[in-house]
Every structure is written in structure tokens, then in C-alpha cells.
Design a protein around this ligand. Structure first.
Ligand SMILES: [Fe+2]
Length: 197
């Protein structure tokens, strides 16, 4: 009878989740754990560093779109509310692709807001709401920062033989950002709404 009670306690203990655990990191930030992808360690290291900068800027641009999606005002509210959210989703997909490429290159991707804030080159916007032309200007400036660095990084990756990173930068990052610039920039072109000039 006593044995049964002990067994029941042991089983219950096994079923209990082991929470509040701690251990040293398995890979500190900035250190490479090389995977067998037939790419030189130097090439991986350079791409990881570049992609982490691009990741911080892409996360910031993504979040700038969500901020503007929520805070937009004026006669074009509905249109811009939807467009900004669409671009947010597309930037979110880029964030995942960039972060996962960093991991497969053997690096550690940035992830948390405070680390992103420390790293990004995109200027911090105010917490409050701003007019549409200011929102658009901020977005266009952020896109230009991303495009400029992505083009330089793409050339560096190609030179180092990192074709996968070059392809991600050109086919995904550069093309998506260029297209979004077009869609956003056309909103700050002075055009008559009713009467032709
Ligand atoms: Fe929403």
C-alpha cells in the first residue's frame, strides 16, 4: 500500500513542468558555428554581420509601417491604412528570410527590440501621430537606407562567393523595397482630384 503512494508521487513529479531553468548560452552573439555548406568561414562571417545590420533596419521599417497603419489620418485613411499593413506583412516575410539566412550561415540573428534599436540606422520617429506627408517621407527615407546597404551587401556577397545571400538581397530585399517605394511615393505627387489643371 505504501509503495503505491510513493509510485504515484514519483509519477506526479515527472508530470510537473520544470520551469525557471537557466544555463549559459549555447552560442554567444557574434560567434560563428560553421555548417557544412561549402562556403568559406570568412564569407559566412561577413554575410552574417551585414545581414544583422539589414535585419535591424528591416525590423524597424516593418514596425514603422505598423505604426503608420495604426496612426494614419485624413481623406486617404482607408487606402493608406490597408497599404501600410500590406507592406508590413511583406517586410515581416523579409525579416524571417534574413534572420533564417543568418542562422544557416552559422551566425546568431538579432531578435529583441532593444538590440534592434541599438543597431538600426533608421532615425527614431516620435511616439505621437504625424501627418501623411511626414509618414510617407519617413518610410521613403527608411527604404532608401535599406536599399543602399542591400545593394552594397549584395555586391560583397557575390564577390565572396555567397550566391545565396546575393540572391536573397537582390531577388527579395531589393526588389520588394523598390516596389514598395513606388507604391508609397506616388501618394506624395501633387495631382488634382476633381478638376484637371
Ligand atoms: Fe490592423
Amino acid at each position: 500500500m505504501t509503495k503505491r503512494v510513493i509510485d504515484a508521487d514519483a509519477i506526479l513529479n515527472q508530470s510537473r513542468p520544470v520551469a525557471h531553468q537557466n544555463a549559459p548560452e549555447i552560442q554567444p552573439f557574434g560567434h560563428l558555428v560553421k555548417l557544412p555548406i561549402a562556403l568559406a568561414e570568412n564569407a559566412c562571417k561577413e554575410s552574417v554581420e551585414n545581414l544583422n545590420q539589414l535585419l535591424a533596419d528591416t525590423i524597424t521599417l516593418r514596425d514603422l509601417y505598423k505604426k503608420h497603419h495604426w496612426q494614419v489620418a485624413g481623406p486617404t485613411f482607408y487606402l493608406l491604412h490597408l497599404l501600410f499593413d500590406k507592406h508590413y506583412e511583406q517586410q515581416n516575410e523579409l525579416v524571417d528570410k534574413i534572420a533564417e539566412r543568418i542562422q544557416l550561415l552559422g551566425g546568431v540573428s538579432l531578435a529583441m527590440a532593444h538590440d534592434v534599436a541599438e543597431t538600426t540606422m533608421i532615425p527614431r520617429p516620435p511616439k505621437g501621430r504625424e501627418e501623411v506627408p511626414v509618414q510617407v517621407s519617413r518610410l521613403l527615407h527608411a527604404h532608401e537606407i535599406v536599399l543602399k546597404e542591400a545593394r552594397t551587401m549584395a555586391r560583397r556577397a557575390a564577390d565572396a562567393g555567397d550566391d545565396g545571400t546575393n540572391d536573397l538581397l537582390v531577388s527579395d530585399v531589393i526588389r520588394s523595397n523598390e516596389l514598395q517605394v513606388w507604391f508609397v511615393a506616388e501618394h506624395v505627387v501633387e495631382m488634382p482630384l476633381v478638376h484637371a489643371v
